[in-house]
Design a protein around this ligand. Sequence first.
Ligand code: AMP
Length: 204
Amino acid sequence: MKLILLGPPGAGKGTQAKRLEDKYGFVQLSTGDMLRAAVAAGTEVGKIAEAIMARGELVPNEVVVGIISDRIEQPDVAKGYILDGFPRNVAQAEALDAMLKGKGTELDAVVELEVDDSILLSRIETRAAETAGGARADDNAEALAKRLTVYHEQTAPLIAYYKARGKLKTVDGMKDMDEVTRQIEAALGISKGKGSLLSRLTGG
Ligand code: AMP
């Protein structure tokens, strides 16, 4: 299963990707996590990305496209992967399509987590307050608001892009976490929880 989780910052993409990874073994591929690791390790990519990320802007396409094309070649993603935070604009989506086509494959689905801006802004403020001076350089109110603007300008057009290609599934990201997971599973036609066909058949 090759999936994209699409949605604004604070929509819960990382949380849901992690859950799908734990449950189904699809590997979560977060370009944000990979870039933060590169910054921490002081690599060439990290040096390019650090200041851009701190401002809440997008790292150049060739950098993230290069990272993803290397990563999806690794044997551990054979069972499937969930792209979390990539693609972030139409040029990246086109590069991904070309990459997959070159391997004779394509995406299975793109799951959009839909969340109202008013909710995101209050989550963003809470997160900025909780992490003040803390873990992420871009978790301050200013950078978070910038990331939301960048999402609307550059990433939201991907909703129409994938809809036109018949890949888009939209889920209500404002429900509680368990319900969002259930909706994603229903949209993808997979399930492993209590009450699922699999657990009923196996008595689990
Ligand atoms: P995230 O953890 O997905 O919120 O990403 C954190 C930051 O990393 C973003 O605000 C961008 O600066 C950078 N980043 C992550 N993924 C991408 C991408 N696909 N394209 C460009 N920049 C990215």
